[in-house]
Design a protein around this ligand. Structure first.
Ligand code: ADP
Length: 196
């Protein structure tokens, strides 16, 4: 039973690690970016609204994002734990998550901060632009996403650090190595993986 968040700059590898950690710890991964992209693909009202912000490298407004996460966290499959990837990203979202968890009588176990150097990140995102064709992976938009991260999301690190929740892991190197680093750090905090 684990409730964890993944935080880090765009391109740090949160999405990639979220899939692996979700399998390793037996909890659903909830990626707000994936949920928005799925809505864009399906042409839903939420997708139509979110797309304009995403394509500009801006955050989707809290008014849209918070409701989505609140409803997802009330689903039955997350009652035993979850891994949130890409949420919270603003201090208002931290408040919202605190309230959602308080209402269900739960608390976060850990916040995994994945760090990576900017040069490496730009290289990765440029490659992803070619591989996946994401409309927010162009150079101008990538630069703007960094600025928004620094301004709005980086301050969350000190909020969660003061709560004693943050483990910092180097996101450079092979995907498997990064996963192994995270698992080691979580084990050191006493968080056990389920027996397969
Ligand atoms: P990355 O981590 O590479 O920025 P994501 O897939 O996590 O990619 O997010 C893509 C986009 O989706 C963001 O730039 C933003 O527009 C939107 N988004 C995702 N999560 C949130 C959130 N919690 N709050 C606001 N916008 C979000």
């Amino acid at each position: 039973m684990t409730r964890m968040l993944l935080i880090g700059p765009p391109g740090a590898g949160k999405g990639t690690q979220a899939v692996r950690l979700s399998a390793a710890y037996g909890v659903p991964a909830i990626s707000t970016g994936d949920i928005f992209r799925a809505n864009v693909e399906q042409g839903t009202e939420l997708g139509l609204q979110a797309k304009q912000f995403m394509d500009a490298g801006k955050y989707v407004p809290d008014s849209l994002t918070n409701d989505l996460v609140r409803s997802r966290l009330n689903d039955h499959d997350v009652s035993e734990g979850f891994l949130l990837d890409g949420y919270p990203r603003t201090s208002a979202q931290v408040d919202e998550l605190d309230e959602i968890l308080a209402q269900s009588g739960h608390a976060l176990d850990v916040v995994v901060l994945i760090v990576a150097e900017k040069d490496e990140i730009v290289t990765r995102l440029s490659k992803r632009a070619i591989d996946q064709g994401r409309s927010d992976d162009t150079e101008d938009v990538i630069r703007h996403r960094f600025e928004v991260y620094e301004e709005q999301t980086a301050p969350l690190i000190s909020i969660y650090t003061s709560r004693g929740l943050v483990v910092e892991v180097d996101g450079l190197g092979a995907v498997d190595d990064v996963t192994a680093r995270i698992v080691t750090a979580l084990t050191a905090r006493g968080l056990a993986q389920p027996v397969a």
